[in-house]
Design a binder for this molecule. Structure first.
Ligand code: GLA
Length: 424
């Protein structure tokens, strides 16, 4: 078909969207790790971000067994840089009081533990907190510096971004500068979901924030972006239901609903934290913990270290789970297509399902049907409880029902058993 030069050019343009995922060789699947942002404080109020803390977290990631389950990235948020660029050279550098050994030496220690190391900057002139230097006007030099320090991940925030330049262009330019260093660096966009990032984020970064900051509470009023949805865990679940995430997520183009606030002291209960992790798992979202992972309680290990729940998150298909039922009682059902099913959802044999009670007060009965899973004629479905890691048996055409307290979930793996019926 593509014979003349003009036709060839038109064909290339037409095919571009099909090959546009940001494959820079790293982070095809959701990143798993830890970030400084909310550890031991209220998310930015006090900086606990210095080399002994970072290294003790890295050691805990290995000794706890988290690393063996896939957690790998140790990430510094808006806390690591010196307050000013070097007055003579304009170079960005780390805060020497917090990092007396220097970031390259710390990177080496982290790499020697088998882990990866990353940091934060901003595509604007200043960062969001305390006006540290942003990278605008310095994309090439900063990218080279960051690569030379041995960094594996860069998050780019959006504060003090220059007006008049579309976010897509700013992020594209920084992304190109990072790629030009030759070092494979995960690029994480943090522009809070503005400027239609869902449609282009995957072309310039490995992951892109879809919303304003996730605060460690269930409900919080909306701020700026996020289409009027709030900033708590329950708000973000509603926002993800609204944007229909399966339309946007893909390998190397991962939707980021922000950090996990697992068991944040006083404000995140066990139920809220387990539901949070359930949805982040279901959406193929980055699993980046923003609370302390040293000396974890059994409850915290239970939530963060379940290999079956992690396996659903890391499914190679990278299809985000999406909402298929939303009742006024709070009863919701969500479904995730797994890799095995990605070629033809109607004939798949395995899917993950969440039965969820979004009601803030009342216990609710949630009934899910196999039609909601895309199997209208199923007569036998094997159900495994992913959190309990126990088989629940084979369920017939009636589907499955759970009685759930406020905010709770039943997270299950479905395996269709009536092979002869498949596809009907
Ligand atoms: C913004 C980002 C947060 C965090 C802070 C740091 O609010 O959205 O994730 O990085 O800045 O200042």
């Amino acid at each position: 078909v593509c014979s003349s030069d003009l036709l060839i050019a038109l064909c290339i343009i037409a095919l571009l969207p099909l090959v546009s995922a940001y494959n820079n060789g790293v982070a095809r699947l959701p990143v798993m790790g830890w970030n400084t942002w909310c550890t031991d404080d209220i998310c930015g109020a006090i900086d606990i971000c210095e080399e002994s803390l970072i290294l003790s977290i890295a050691e805990a990631m290995v000794s706890s067994g988290m690393h063996s389950l896939g957690y790998q990235y140790i990430l510094m948020d808006d806390c690591w840089s010196a307050q000013e660029r070097d007055p003579t050279t304009g170079a960005i550098t780390w805060n020497v009081d917090q990092f007396p050994s220097g970031l390259p030496a710390i990177a080496e220690k982290i790499h020697n533990l088998g882990l990866k190391f990353g940091l934060y900057t901003c595509v604007g002139t200043y960062t969001c907190k305390e006006g540290r230097p942003g990278s605008y006007g310095h994309f090439e030099e900063d990218a080279k510096a960051i690569a030379s320090w041995g960094m594996d991940f860069v998050k780019a925030d959006f504060c003090s971004a220059p007006s008049g330049i579309p976010p897509e262009e700013l992020y594209h330019n920084f992304s190109a500068a990072l790629n030009a260093t030759g070092r494979p660096i995960v690029f994480s966009l943090c522009e809070w979901g503005v400027g239609d990032v869902l449609s282009w984020g995957h072309t310039v970064g490995n992951e892109f924030r879809v919303q304003m900051d996730h605060l460690p509470v269930w409900k919080f009023p909306p701020k700026a972006a996020g289409e009027g949805f709030g900033q708590g865990t329950g708000d973000i679940i509603e926002y993800m239901g609204y944007i229909d995430p399966v339309k946007w997520s893909q390998p190397w183009g991962i939707l980021d609903p922000d950090f996990l606030m697992t068991l944040f002291p006083y404000t995140m209960s066990f139920t809220d934290s387990r539901t949070e992790y359930t949805f982040w798992s279901l959406w193929s979202a980055p699993l980046v913990v923003a609370t302390d992972i040293r000396g974890m309680s059994p409850e915290k290990k239970y939530i963060l270290m379940n290999p079956e729940v992690i396996a659903i998150n890391q499914d190679p298909g990278v299809k985000a789970g999406y909402r298929v039922m939303n009742e006024s009682s709070g009863a919701q059902v969500w479904i995730k297509e797994l890799e095995e099913s990605s070629s033809s959802s109607s004939t798949s044999s395995k899917k993950a399902m969440v039965l969820y009670n979004a009601n803030d007060i009342s216990t609710t009965v949630v009934h899910a049907t196999w039609a909601q899973a895309g199997w209208p004629n199923a007569t036998a479905v094997h159900v495994r409880n992913l959190w309990e890691r126990q088989d629940m048996g084979v369920y017939g055409e009636e589907g499955i029902t759970a009685t759930l307290v406020a905010h709770d979930v039943l997270y299950i793996l479905l395996t269709r058993q009536d092979e002869a019926e498949r596809g009907k």
